[in-house]
Design a protein around this ligand. Structure first.
Ligand code: HEC
Length: 149
């Protein structure tokens, strides 16, 4: 009987060994899949960081021009509605500047309190029409003194 016991024991051992090996192969695959996933994730994460960093750089916040930055933004995103046909604040050229200043939409002492800027903030009614960078460009223009430049 000891012979049978030994055979049964080693059969058990071999089975266990096979299972462990299979498990290790599976783990290796899982690990390499995780590594690939990790590298891909890191690359995507880094490239999104790079983009976030590049966006403010695209706008030269030192010199926002009313005629070549702000008005084209109004033309593209706002004058569909703000064109003098009933909705308050006509943002069409060439009267938009006077409408903004005369209508008290700009506060150069407290730029973030400006109604033009405030209306575009998240949760306010104009938020969907302006991208964050367009909003910041508008704020930069106000901070620089809201010049008709
Ligand atoms: C789809 C039409 C539409 C578009 C596009 C639109 N607006 Fe308006 N806007 C309105 C309406 C309607 C009102 C009045 C109701 C309100 O205040 O929400 C308004 C109100 C405003 C006011 C307040 C005016 C006041 O005297 O109370 C400001 C400032 C403003 N919009 C800025 C903008 C800017 C800047 C853009 C472009 C980024 C823009 N809007 C795009 C429809 C629009």
């Amino acid at each position: 009987m000891p012979g049978l016991a030994t055979a049964a024991f080693s059969f058990y051992n071999v089975t266990q060994l096979i299972l462990i090996t299979l498990f290790q192969i599976k783990m290796k695959k899982t690990l390499s899949a995780l590594t690939v996933f990790g590298i891909a994730f890191t690359m995507v994460f880094l490239s999104s960081c790079e983009k976030a960093y590049l966006v403010p750089e695209e706008i030269d916040i030192e010199s926002v021009s009313y005629s070549s930055d702000v008005q084209p933004f109004f033309d593209a995103k706002c004058i569909l509605c703000h064109n003098g046909s009933g909705i308050p604040l006509d943002l069409t050229s060439p009267g938009s500047y006077d409408a903004l200043i005369g209508g008290d939409y700009i506060d150069t002492d407290n730029p973030t309190e400006s109604k033009l800027y405030g209306k575009m903030m998240p949760g306010e009614s104009m938020t969907d029409y302006a991208s964050p960078s367009e909003r910041e460009m508008t704020l930069a223009w106000i901070k620089e003194g809201a010049n008709n430049n």
